[in-house]
Design a protein around this ligand. Structure first.
Ligand code: UFG
Length: 330
């Protein structure tokens, strides 16, 4: 049985859907602080808070798990700068509680949701996994700290783990059942869609004086269903893996500027995105583009949905059909 921690969140809920589809026995656990119960309503569910070791012990006493997928964690870069203590307590302290409980329960396999934020400002793009890691904010520091714990637990206790370093997770379930519902929403594509649909006055582009062709930041958008598929491939890879930790980048390997995304959203929605240019957002690297050769070769991962038009179209379809996301129930 697979434990999906944080399985009511954006990426976790898409992975839970794939597990259901492939009939892989699993349990979704989430504290529902940011996740939505409705996002995982078709999977068995338990409430669990990683900061509470008793919650984890109870889970591991009730069921036998052979693999844990760790999605649970805070994700806002700006908030992590203002309140690093919450980020370290939740993302790092929670992961340490989990690793200790897994050790006690003799569970040896873990897949961790890491981030391109571990690299900080890249020396060059595309970024391979061997690129130096100098996170530019506490959020990225917490992701790197967990990766290092995984490495140490591999050496000391035989843990087999994979970190998946997502670039910009975006899009939505192609069947329209699941999508992005962050509160507050801070991500570019859903904000641009809301502006195009008239649900928000305008999008503010954070800076157009970067050293890029049109002056706006360049990002690599990866469809959430492609991310989900990578988790299943990573789980399979752990079956024959020795103890240790490996990191894989997950991106589309194509960079689009914020202005290009705004144009794509306008095309897909059929109405332009009202926008203005504001100040740079502190901590935004100018360019983030993944090199994913390792995932292609070792996991045989091939993104299917990650051309920008498809990413935006799926996000738009979800947003149009679910104007209030998952609604009031969380
Ligand atoms: N942007 C705007 N206006 C907005 C929102 C975003 O111009 O209202 C710009 C940002 O400045 C950035 C780009 O759009 O250049 C993408 O911003 P997002 O907030 O959508 O995503 P980020 O690239 O900041 O963050 C993503 C993940 C993080 C991860 C980070 C890696 O969401 O979890 O990549 O650095 F840490």
């Amino acid at each position: 049985m697979v434990l999906v921690l944080g399985g009511a969140g954006f990426v976790g809920s898409h992975v839970a859907k794939l597990l259901r589809r492939r009939e892989i026995p699993h349990l979704v656990a989430d504290n529902l602080e940011n996740g939505h119960r409705a996002a995982a309503s078709d999977s068995p569910f338990r409430r669990c808070d990683l900061r509470n070791p008793d919650d984890l012990r109870a889970l591991f006493e009730e069921d036998e798990f052979d693999c844990v997928l760790l999605f649970a964690g805070y994700i806002s870069v700006g908030e992590s700068v203002r309140e690093p203590e919450r980020y370290f307590r939740n993302n790092v302290g929670g992961a340490l509680n989990l690793l200790e409980a897994m050790k006690e329960a003799r569970i040896e396999r873990l897949i961790f949701s890491s981030s391109a934020a571990v690299y900080g400002e890249p020396q060059d793009v595309p970024i391979p996994e061997g690129h130096p890691t100098h996170p530019a904010n506490p959020y990225g520091e917490t992701k790197l700290a967990v990766e290092r714990m995984l490495h140490s637990f591999g050496k000391a206790h035989g843990l087999r783990s994979i970190s998946l370093r997502y670039f910009n997770a975006a899009g939505a379930d192609p069947e329209g059942e699941l999508g992005e519902d962050h509160r507050p929403e801070e991500h570019l594509i859903p904000l641009a869609i809301d502006a195009a649909l008239g649900r928000r006055e305008k999008l503010v582009i954070f800076g157009d004086d970067y050293d890029t062709p049109d002056g706006t930041c360049i990002r690599d958008f990866i469809h959430v269903t492609d991310l989900a598929e990578a988790h299943l491939l990573a789980m399979a890879a752990l079956d024959d893996a020795p103890a240790g930790h490996t990191a894989f980048n997950l991106g589309s390997e194509r960079g689009f500027s914020v202005k290009e995304v705004v144009d794509a959203v306008g095309r897909v929605c059929g109405s332009p995105v009202p926008h203005e240019t504001g100040l740079r957002r502190p901590g935004d690297p100018a360019r983030l583009v993944a090199s994913c050769g390792r995932a292609r070769k070792e996991l045989e991962w091939e993104p299917r949905y990650s051309d920008l038009e498809t990413v935006v179209r799926h996000a738009w379809e979800w947003r149009e059909r679910h104007p209030d996301g998952y609604g009031q129930e969380t």
